[in-house]
Design a binder for this molecule. Sequence first.
Ligand code: BGC
Length: 924
Amino acid sequence: MNLYDLRIEYDKAPFGLSVKNPRFSWKLKSGRTDTMQKNYRIVVTESDSGNTVWDSKLIESDASIHVEYAGDALLDETAYSVHVEACDNHDEKSEIEGGFVTGIFDPASFQARMITHDLSEDNKSCPVFYSSFATRKKVKRAVAYVTSYGVYEMSVNGKTAGDLRMAPGWTSYKNRLQYQIYDITELIDKRNFVEITVGNGWYKGILGFTLKPNNYGDRVAAFAEIHVFYEDGSCDKIFTDENWGVREGQILSSEIYMGESVDTTKADFAEGKVSVTEFDPKTLVAQENEPVRVTKRLKPVKIFTDPEGNKLVDFGQNLTGVVELNIKGKKGQKVTVKHAETLDKNGVFYPETLRKAVSIDSFVLNGERQVLSPKFTFHGFRYAKIEGIEDLTEDMFTALVIHSDMEEIGDFECSNKKVNQLYSNVTWSFRDNFLDVPTDCPQRDERLGWMGDAQVFCWTASEIRNTARFYSKWMKDIGAESSLEKGVPHVVPDILGSYSSSAWSDAAVIIPWAVYQTYGDTRILSDSWQCMHEWVDHIRNHCGDNGLWQTGFQYGDWLALDKEEMADRTGATDKYLIANAYYLYVTDIVRKTAKVLGHSDAEKSYSKLYEKTLEAFRSEYYTSTGRIVSETQTGAVISLFFGLAREKDRKRILDALVENIAAHKNHLVTGFVGTPYLCHVLSENGAHNLATVLFMREDYPSWLYAVNKGATTIWERWNSITPEGDFDVSGMNSLNHYAYGSIADWMFRKISGIEQLEPGYKRFRVKPMLVKGIYSFDRSFETMYGTIESHVSCKDRRIKVKVVVPVNTTAELTLPEQTETKVLGSGTYEFDYATDTDLTVERYSMESTLGEILQNQLAKDMFEQFAPGMLDNPMIGYAMGMTLTEMLVQAPEAKPMYEAVIAALNVQEKANNQGAAFDGDIRK
Ligand code: BGC
């Protein structure tokens, strides 16, 4: 047995750690099956002195994730070594070493001040704060703690510190301001010159669809403290104060929505005066989430001129980032880069989806070879329109993909290319919209932390990349901006001032729960507890005498297709049915959270509240015979998924859902609320085949429809681009919104069948489900315990399954087409068995129209045999364009007959294709 992958607060070797009780996690690898950890011991020592600050002693336990430090108080700016040893149930032992360096635990100990400038308001240039200092002795290490009001970049002796973008990120600045920690030892010399350039960013820049500037303040500012540690143990501190200088820089203007303008010939800089600005150091927090970085560089796939004469670069992928130019031009030559997600149906550059966020970067060149990209902005684009360069060549352009650099932990690949493209689109919309906060979209004049979008996608996101640190940071901002009185905002950080809509504000409860379930992280629950239960309390305080929440604004089933008045985007499902369904969902989570945290009184009172609300909900929204008041797809889906319907009514509600889908020619019409759970509900309730029909559809509205239209990200709307190739023109049409990408959660949990039974996947289920049109699929998922794998293929009449169960976990495996559930300890398991199932997509199905089917003599004969006279009915002409599914809505009793006809036609088709004669026996 070997220990591997020791993590400290999810990180491999944190630098600047400022968590007082860091948690340790490690993994075990073993050649033997059924391996569990029996005991462990952790020893933490101060690296320099070798003093032990914590010895956990031998603990008999299988705990191997999030084991909390419980030693002496950790000191500031100190290196610690971590030693973990463990023994498994086969008495095999192993050990692993790691370490971390602490930062500053109490921000009040910083001596730096927040400094600002007095450059004129009309001067849009990004100020550069500067200072110089000399070192006195041999330097051992130099560390910089830096943040700003605005977004900054720091350089020492002309070299950029770190590789971060858009630092310090976006938080609820009045309550919390993250600072970054840089090891700048390599940049330091005897004489040193420090510069901090600050752009408007989220602090002062234009934000929201009203294009409001100065959301947090009207002057950018900088805060930095450099600690130079000498070999002899002494330390110098250099920090921002009124003795620093400030001047204009080469960045003439910079806005997240509008883009950046840079003059690299500019050498004449107006000087300003530095002053210390009011600032509460208690708001300072060390960066908790992964920094924003350039994570990928894409070269053009095509350079061309569109029908309107625009010179365009196509990067082949809708992405979030900036274009980097590598160019040698003439001194004073101006190059402009404009951005768009797509071309229109005539192949012309189409920037309309950006709305008022014009996203234009420009550079005045200095005549030398230059590598240029904007520093303090980002755009959502696939195409760049270039002005100011005569001949465009590939080597001039690179798209820099920018987002929070979260670790990839999940993968999915299958035999179907279109499904793989869909999955790729999900992963791209995910990375494009996780830029320090989870945003709705990266391109238009929003890019806000919309809670509803985040909530519906959080499970999916957490199964693709490790989101624990990202969401833990965001939850603190949610907590800071929520209260019992006001409730929870619609966007966080809150710049809109609008509060409390179900499914949006509920993110405050659902996200910590998803993180806990996925990574076994209880700290996010305890940190978020107040916010979680106060949201439920807030709703309870707004309920009527009937115990239900039926007042105020609701987004409803946002963008659902089942409301005819298209101007209203809330869908047809009763908005308060949704509100109360979510009220129950989050109350249930809050009572479970109370249990996890050991708040037994709260557990009891929220359980009581849940039961009472459920009763009120049932009498308000279901008839005594099991009809839903709002009999929409989403109404049925949430009734079943959230477990709200009475047991006896579940079947009727499922039937209503199936009928509703059939009445839409087997299409979904759900919006943000119903879509994430639709296929889950079908697969879980005996209608998996229908889930697969919806999933594999290629016409509008469906997931693969967008793939066929060339999408490389998930669209905001089912019809962002219409079948005719036109765009939705309602003024809200992004091609990069991740909400409908939540289908990947169904791919992981139902197709691959991997679902957690205990938090962190300590115990999990593997129950793969087959899909017509997908012969094989491979899923791997790096949990906190190790990699779970599920590989399934079904072809040539054999099903083959390979499952990998990590050490220290247990799986419950149910193989496709088998009923028995095997309980498996760690190991690799392979199965190979016979089946009659053929996953080939057949030519005829319940989706075929009557007309198509009747072109076949065999079908005519069979109808005549099973339903004599049916085809002579004069009304039959009207049904020729209907699918068999649609016809079933009128006459459900015909199902066995249709199925028999289809089966026979497919047998005949196959025989014809194989050149063999069909013997006409339809019962075979
Ligand atoms: C956003 C959405 C968001 C919504 C609120 C839109 O403008 O882009 O995704 O959730 O507003 O309904």
